[in-house]
Ligand binder design. Structure first.
Ligand SMILES: NC(=O)c1ccc[n+]([C@@H]2O[C@H](COP(=O)([O-])OP(=O)(O)OC[C@H]3O[C@@H](n4cnc5c(N)ncnc54)[C@H](O)[C@@H]3O)[C@@H](O)[C@H]2O)c1
Ligand SMILES: [Zn+2]
Length: 368
């Protein structure tokens, strides 16, 4: 069966936050990170809750690449009265809130599920519309992707003003995450007519607006379009799946703490080369969509890879693991484990060309 689930109500523009005043809730848990608390961004949420007479508790301790331990602390901040979870932040805060919901629901499946509202401040993971949450098991040094429709937010609020303060390097990395979501969704096994539409628009926006957001963080047109692109790419991959780009990026991120978007930017051209035999025509279509030379599959694939390299270069994103300060001996020693984790990663299921463990080792070695 081919299907498309567009469950989340998406509210966007400068008035979108007003939806918070319409929610049938009495007690909210706000899950966010220390930056949002320190800068007062979280107060913007609180002022809407106060206007709607909704009591609240703030859990503001989320770190980048949140650990299971942080999720446990967040669960402790909840109480029986919590009927609304609002999350403000990048993928880390949103994923923490989703994991809190996931584990509390598993512990008490009969209990009423709180409403989940996600407000992304990066563009981004698209986590505001997906069934995924990525948490780190710091003891094992791995990222655990949880997948359950229960975690798809009920409401996403896209207000680009929250993304204005994102530092250039984070804009670059998170923007390449958007591109990787869109390209992997477009070529994934479950891609369909609907997911293609979202992925295509996201890819067009990234190539038009990402370098602009990077070079001028105050360019609010570019910021807004990137926030939409992030959400659209999320809609696409939530339905179509992803691919080995993400599987390898998760393994790399778990082993060497490379930010997720940076890892994706580095892996994406390699994943495309590997998949070309099975997905070449789709890569050619993307190049054509972008107005790049694409008369043949080879030309289209090579144009697309050049386009990605160009974006990485514009935003000074390293294209090799060795440029990230990772020790060569440590990297070589970790290759077999990373390859095994990448093979087991749920994203591998969606990839157009099934890799063997030795294919993944070869790609990882090429990344260095
Ligand atoms: N759930 C999904 O579908 C999905 C998809 C992709 C990635 N992820 C996961 O999401 C996490 C990464 O999320 P991310 O890339 O959004 O980064 P992040 O949430 O980790 O944030 C990165 C840094 O940017 C800061 N930041 C965020 N918004 C800011 C703002 N508006 N102004 C200034 N600073 C700001 C944060 O405080 C943090 O220090 C990873 O754990 C990754 O594995 C999840
Ligand atoms: Zn991602």
């Amino acid at each position: 069966m081919t299907q498309f689930n567009g469950k989340t109500k998406i509210c966007y523009d400068e008035n979108a936050m007003e939806v918070l005043e319409t929610l049938p809730a009495k007690h909210a848990l706000l899950v966010t990170d220390p930056f949002m608390v320190k800068t007062g961004f979280s107060k913007r949420i609180v002022s809407h809750l106060e206007r709607a007479n909704i009591a609240y508790t703030i859990f503001g301790n989320v770190e980048p690449d949140p650990s299971l331990n942080t999720v446990k602390q967040g669960i402790l901040a909840m109480d029986d009265a919590t009927d609304l979870i609002i999350t403000l932040g990048g993928g880390s805060a949103i994923d923490t809130a989703k994991a809190i919901l996931y584990f509390t629901h598993k512990a008490a499946p009969g209990a009423k599920k709180p409403i989940l509202v996600a407000i992304p401040t990066t563009a981004g993971t698209g986590s505001e519309v997906t069934a995924f949450s990525v948490v780190s098991d710091t003891e094992k040094g791995i990222k655990l992707p949880l997948v359950d429709e229960l975690m798809i937010p009920d409401i996403a609020i896209l207000d680009a003003r929250f993304t204005r303060t994102v530092p250039a390097s984070v804009t670059a990395a998170t923007g390449m995450d958007v591109l990787t979501h869109a390209i992997e969704a477009y070529t994934a096994r479950k891609a369909n007519a609907f997911t293609d539409l979202y992925a295509e628009q996201a890819i067009k926006y990234v190539f038009k607006y990402l370098a602009r957001s990077y070079s001028c963080g105050d360019d609010m047109v570019a910021r807004e379009k990137m926030l939409l692109a992030s959400c659209m790419a999320g809609m696409a991959f939530n339905n179509a799946g992803l691919g080995i780009g993400h599987s390898i990026a998760h393994a790399l991120g778990g082993a060497f703490h490379i930010p997720h978007g940076k890892a994706n930017a580095l892996v994406l051209p390699h994943a495309i080369r590997f998949n070309t035999f099975d997905a070449g025509d789709k890569y050619r279509s993307i190049a054509a969509l972008l107005g790049l030379p694409s008369a043949t599959i080879d030309e289209g694939v090579s144009s697309l890879i050049h386009g990605i390299d160009w974006l990485n270069k514009q935003m000074e994103i390293p294209t090799r693991v060795k440029d990230l300060g990772v020790d060569p001996a440590e990297f070589s020693a970790a290759v077999p484990t990373m390859a095994a984790h990448a093979l087991e990663d749920p994203c591998t299921e969606g990839t157009p060309r099934q890799p063997s463990i030795s294919d993944l080792k070869t790609i990882l070695e090429q990344l260095y």
